[in-house]
Design a protein around this ligand. Sequence first.
Ligand code: NAI
Ligand code: MG
Length: 348
Amino acid sequence: MDSRNIRLAVIPGDGIGVEVVAEGLKVLEAVGTKVETTTYDLGAKRYHETGETLPDVVLEELRGYDAILLGAVGDPSVPPGVLERDLLLKLRFRLDHYVNLRPVKLFPGVETPLGGVRPEDIDMIVVREGTEGPYAGAGGVMRHGTPHEIATQESLNTAFGVERVVRYAFDKALSRPRRRLTLVHKTNVLTYAGDLWARTVERVGREYPDVQTDYCHVDAASMFFVNQPGRFDVIVTDNLFGDILTDIGAAIAGGIGLAASGNVNPDRTAPSMFEPVHGSAPDIAGQGKADPTATILSVAMLLDHLGLDSEAARVEQAVADDLVERATGRAGRTTREIGDDITARVAG
Ligand code: NAI
Ligand code: MG
């Protein structure tokens, strides 16, 4: 791949997904890297028109790109779970996005609901397993809708799946100044899966003597996110725990409008997919009220993944500068105005 010429698949999706992705693309273009984009109309509209969520031919086509930028999918008119499972999770599973990377970072000038914390107190990255755990779709239902209904939802944890995400997390920790890795799980109750995770961290950790490891139960970790966020650097955790923890992370680091993420295939056997953590926000869709910052920070992660480190840093710096200015009174801008301002900083 010539990383200077990015072939990008774009899935704007539904609701504000369309609005924020437009701003993300503007910023990407301003970086000056040659980008060839192809837009895919997946989401609620396509589902209503054709009944399709993610046809296999589209999935196969998506494999040919360097990366995917996604807005958000979901609409009140579509039964819950359809787009989430058959589109979003299918993409993550089939493209083997086994790392769901979610930085939790408080930028200077950004308000946090926590008292007395400084930006340097909230600077961590959550490495959430992306293809297993309770999200694997294992389980079933019997006697549906009767008083005797039985529903099971199993958590799948494979030695292979745990080891690869744990190795990724150790490498990530090694690349950061604090070199600290925390396993978050619930080993005292979920003893089978927990034991596999704990043993894997222990064993792989012997190969990383420079990384300091520790362990935290997920309930305690939820509390520490709020009252001692500074204790975390890199966190590695299972799919469900990571999902929940990173919403707390978004809340303490300035809200869902700023939270970026990457669904990463570190082996590069398929394109990775970058998206804001938030959903399609039907309550504010089409009104120019959505904050595109999370998408723009996801674009920075995308650039970083493609080896364009300095371009990624430029985008992140432009966001950081814009956030400082917001704090000093530039509130009330529309989605497009925020996008334009950040684009101008990147270009300038
Ligand atoms: P949501 O993230 O869409 O919205 C939650 C709240 O945050 C709303 O009040 C919304 O207005 C606000 N919000 C979200 N993003 C914002 C932004 N960029 N700027 C300003 N405010 C923002 O979550 P919700 O309401 O639970 O879900 C709405 C739909 O999105 C559902 O169909 C859900 O399944 C889907 N969804 C999709 C995701 C994805 O595509 N990755 C992730 C989460 C939800
Ligand atoms: Mg979530």
